[in-house]
Design a binder for this molecule. Structure first.
Ligand code: ZN
Length: 280
């Protein structure tokens, strides 16, 4: 049996700025409201970065993350996934600072297991970051969402799984088409999918124009999907989405056409903790 489809809304990320889209949320309230609108459109999970409200630059301020978390939780059952990418953190104990958000005890946190050239910078995730992140999340009862940008990252995650650092079932986010991770082609997604460990739960995102084809494949292959401004601003060629919720409605419509029901937040929670096993 194919599980109900978990829709994740990644409403801001670290990249798009208001010169690219005037609706990019910057303040904690704007970010939370964007996520809540996605919840009402069918998303079960919000993936959250925070920004400096004045400049829009990526921020790691814990009080911003806490405010977004609190606002989303006050609005309903939506699960919250806080990023640990820490893109603005350049001084001090980088690992400790990146993992501060785990202490807020969101439902999930992103866990990056491999390094890569990411657009114009290096996204550095040394081996000990993955180990410490997995341990911190396990101690806090936070589910890691393992972000993989290429096939070697899956192998590195398996290394953590074999050592018992990540509790089953592991959750993977297959990040397709990030420059310069694995390109977002159908062949590559099928290959990435084929390399996942048995019993893994997985979601897929596609960057830019790859969003729609990648999520379509994710729905067909029995995975879950992520959409939103972090990955893409265009609903179709030349047409900016009015809001993040537009992408959720687009994905929900596609899922309906393909006869894949959406997971409620309660179902998403049960799938992620292993208590709802499709076909089991
Ligand atoms: Zn992110």
């Amino acid at each position: 049996m194919t599980p109900p489809l978990i829709l994740t809304a990644a409403v801001v990320g670290s990249r798009p700025m208001r010169d690219q889209h005037p609706g990019v949320p910057y303040t904690p309230a704007e970010i939370a409201n964007a996520a809540i609108a996605c919840y009402h459109a069918g998303a079960a999970i919000a993936h959250i970065h925070v920004r400096d409200p004045a400049s829009g630059r990526p921020s790691s301020r814990l009080d911003y993350f806490a405010e977004v978390l609190e606002r989303i939780r006050a609005a309903g059952e939506m699960l919250v996934n806080l990023t640990t990418s820490g893109l603005d953190i350049t001084t001090g104990d980088l690992t400790a600072r990146r993992l501060e958000v785990v202490g807020l005890r969101p439902d999930l946190c992103s866990l990056d297991v491999g390094s890569l050239n990411f657009r114009d910078r290096v996204f550095a995730n040394p081996p000990d970051f993955g180990e410490k992140a997995a341990a911190a999340m396990a101690a806090a009862g936070v589910k890691p969402e393992i972000e993989v940008f290429d096939v070697g990252h899956i192998a590195q995650a398996e290394h953590l799984l074999r050592r018992g650092l990540i509790a089953p079932p592991p959750l993977f986010q297959l990040c397709m088409g990030v420059p310069w991770g694995i390109p977002a082609t159908p062949e590559n997604l099928i290959f990435m999918h084929s390399k996942l460990p048995a019993g893994a739960i997985w979601s897929v995102l596609g960057v830019g124009r790859a969003q729609l084809p990648m999520i379509t494949m994710g729905i067909l292959l029995g995975g879950h999907v992520r959409v939103g401004f972090e990955d893409n601003l265009y609903l179709r060629q030349g047409e900016l989405a009015a809001s993040n919720a537009d992408f959720v409605r687009q994905a929900a419509g596609l899922a309906a056409q393909l006869q894949r029901p959406l997971a409620t937040p309660a179902q998403a929670r049960a799938l992620l903790d292993g208590s709802l096993i499709p076909g089991g």
